[in-house]
Design a protein around this ligand. Structure first.
Ligand SMILES: *Cc1c(COP(=O)(O)O)cnc(C)c1O
Length: 209
């Protein structure tokens, strides 16, 4: 089972399994499945879409459950996302930052943020390009007074993930960012080896979508 696999992967690289948080990626799952996971003790959930997060959690979100936005955030959904999520992992562009700051300055509570990095520089993927990263982080911290707590990435499908995870881990370390959200069903063991603190797992937890 997945928890056992996480344990083994952590042990294999001399990491404490408690440093690794399993985030249940629950896109396309119905409310009953999500509730069952909560009843089973799952505390962390990842949502790809704001609307689906509302469907899963607006009526029923236990206090000790944390929900994280792991899909791209459209600017017009920013208010809903800030109100619903504990963590937004996909901060990826200045226009979104401006929208967040506008709402924050009106008194909307801010969740925690991770920056999504387009680690493989793929045109079809969201995320800040590695070459733009320093500027983006600087402006977040200095200009906008937003202090992100980590980085998130989705490496290219067709290549081994290890080198991409290593690069993301290095960027996080160089900048004092503690959370590393990387690794999915196919590569979470590799991600653990390279220092993931949060792995986002759908298929290996819920079955094929
Ligand atoms: C769907 C998804 C996951 C989980 O993918 P699986 O391969 O089903 O484990 C993780 N992260 C993001 C951003 C996703 O969209």
């Amino acid at each position: 089972m997945i928890l056992e696999k996480i344990k083994i992967a952590a042990k294999n690289c001399n990491r404490d399994e408690n440093e690794i948080t399993l985030v249940a990626a629950c896109k396309t799952q119905n409310n009953e499945i999500v509730e069952n996971a909560i009843n089973f003790g799952q505390k962390f959930f990842g949502e790809n879409r704001v609307q689906e997060g509302i469907q899963h959690f607006a009526q029923n979100k236990p206090n000790d459950v944390q929900i994280r936005l792991i899909g791209p955030l459209q600017s017009n959904k920013t208010l809903d996302a800030m109100q619903l999520f504990d963590v937004i992992e996909t901060l990826d562009r200045p226009s979104l930052v401006k929208e967040i700051v506008k709402l924050r300055d009106k008194g909307v509570k801010t969740p925690e943020f991770l920056i999504q990095v387009n680690i493989g520089e793929e045109p079809q993927k969201a995320g800040v390009l590695p070459r733009d990263f320093d500027n983006f982080l600087n402006s977040l911290r200095k200009e906008y007074e937003i202090n992100p707590i980590g980085l998130m990435c989705i490496p290219p499908n067709e290549r081994p993930s290890g080198p991409y995870f290593a690069l993301l881990a290095k960027m996080a370390k160089n900048n004092g960012l503690s959370q590393l959200s990387m690794g999915m069903s196919g590569d979470f063991e590799t991600a653990i080896k390279f220092g993931a603190t949060h792995i986002r797992v759908g298929t290996a937890l819920f079955g094929e979508r």
